[in-house]
Design a protein around this ligand. Structure first.
Ligand code: UGA
Length: 441
């Protein structure tokens, strides 16, 4: 099929590259000419495993093309909108980019030569309930002499495994009133869902809410386990054992039950705020979701208190410390709402020096932390712990496992604060290192 994807961020670029890989002719549109110039040379503006290869391959075989002109894609008739829907200061969702993209499309439709056939627009951007109906009203106002269907087709990919998540989805959701749009969507996704057959057809409203509710539920699982972790810190026990014990029940399952310093990233914090806003508009108090956010905000402080309990402000001011991981999670260079960044910002004024190590996100971290004078960035895990008093772990990178743990004995205070429960307690105790995890007694 010939399709257009509007927006070349995480969701847009992965959608465009993956649909091209599945054999479709895809035009990816972004209003940033600079971005499009780079993408035409297969240069991806962010780190995402496997994506650059996919873009390069499909550019070469001409299944994928990039443009900043809507007019170039006007014959495609199938459009996936993947533009950002950021959070406003008030907590509401900013739909300006979405409406601008729709307006640009509609304008082109009106000027197009082929006025006969129907167009189908699928919204992949995360949108609050009621948005599809708002867009439908906008379309009606244009008084077009052909019909345009508007459907919700939310994306559930995770950064760091985005290509894999797109190609092997747990489900594809389509929220639409149009049977043709549903048919087109099913056909497009057929190569990746034919085995599982998890193609879920809903109303637009259900689909919009499924996306928000899924993120809110996953975030609630994380806040839940983080709260329980406080109990094991007090009474003893190990939160990892509790995760296994609870997660073995198929109704619960062990995913997203890793205790830590709380969730970050560009999605969970923003979407929970957006969801709370939708509840408020409906004059409903979302007590559970608010609690999820509160527990998450408190989790970083809870972790920091483990450090403050052991060091007075005076002692801390003389310490050189090491931080492993600065991205909001492993396998990404994304530092948006990263708890690691927040921890660096909280500790920087309190300690003498911070050595930071992150395999991927250093460039972004340098920009974000440029006003802090007492931080330095290290190229290796080994150099980052040299001459340091204690180590703080803030992401879940697997390379921390394969690192030669004997080198940790150079830490002058023999202490590790592990915000992601990455290290083995027994191994640390064999090295005579005092270990502080989350919910590990
Ligand atoms: C999340 C969802 O998982 C995706 O399904 C969704 O499509 C995406 O948001 C989105 O709305 O676009 P993402 O933000 O990329 O994906 O990353 P996650 O892997 O979900 O991690 C979010 C945060 O939760 C990270 O800070 C991570 O470290 C933390 N987390 C995750 C935990 O603290 N514990 C866990 O058990 C799992």
């Amino acid at each position: 099929m010939k399709i257009s994807v509007i927006g070349s961020g995480y969701v847009g670029l992965v959608t465009a590259a993956c649909f091209a890989e599945l054999g479709n002719k895809v035009t990816c549109i972004d209003i940033s000419k600079q971005k499009i110039q780079s993408l035409k040379q297969s240069k991806i503006p962010f780190y995402e495993p496997g994506l650059e290869n996919l873009v390069e391959k499909n550019l070469k075989c001409k299944n994928l093309s990039f443009t900043s002109k809507y007019a170039d894609a006007i014959e495609d008739k199938i459009y996936f909108i993947c533009v950002g829907t950021p959070q406003r200061k008030s907590g509401s969702v900013n739909l300006d980019y979405l409406f601008a993209a729709i307006d640009s499309l509609l304008k082109e439709f009106q000027q197009g030569i082929d006025q006969d056939s129907k167009r189908h627009i699928f919204i992949k951007s995360t949108i609050p309930p009621g948005t599809i109906r708002k867009i439908e009203k906008k379309v009606l106002l244009r008084k077009l002499n052909f019909s345009v269907s508007i459907s919700s087709n939310p994306e559930f990919l995770k950064e760091g495994s985005a290509v894999n998540d797109f190609m092997k989805p747990d489900r594809v959701v389509i929220g639409s009133d149009s049977n043709t749009a549903k048919k087109i969507c099913k056909e497009l996704y057929k190569p990746i869902i034919w085995k599982s057959n998890r193609f879920i057809e809903t109303t637009p409203e259900s689909s919009e809410i499924i996306k928000y509710a899924s993120n809110a539920f996953l975030a609630t699982k994380i806040s839940f386990i983080n709260e329980i972790a406080k109990l094991t810190d007090f009474y003893g026990g190990d939160i990892n054992e509790i995760r296994s014990g609870m997660g073995s029940d198929v109704r619960i399952n062990p995913n997203f039950l890793y205790a830590g310093i709380g969730f970050g990233g560009s999605c969970f914090p923003k979407d929970l705020t957006g969801l709370i806003h939708s509840f408020k508009k409906a004059k409903i108090n979302p007590e559970l979701i608010k609690a999820t956010v509160n527990v998450n905000n408190e989790q970083k402080e809870y972790f920091l208190r483990k450090i403050y309990k052991l060091y007075s402000p005076k002692e801390l001011s003389k310490k050189t410390i090491t931080i492993w991981g600065i991205a909001f999670k492993s396998n990404t260079d994304d530092i948006r709402e990263s708890v690691g960044i927040k921890i660096v910002k909280a500790l920087s004024p309190k300690v003498a020096k911070i050595n930071i190590y992150d395999a991927i996100a250093i460039k972004n971290a340098k920009n974000e932390l440029s006003n802090l004078s007492n931080i330095s960035f290290n190229k290796t895990l080994a150099s980052s712990v040299k001459n340091s008093h204690f180590l703080v772990i803030t992401t879940d990178s697997k390379e921390f496992w394969s690192f030669d743990h004997d080198l940790l004995t150079t830490l002058q205070d023999n202490r590790i604060f592990d915000g992601r429960n990455m290290l083995d307690i027994d191994a640390m105790s064999a090295l005579e290192i005092e270990y502080f995890g989350i919910g590990r007694g």
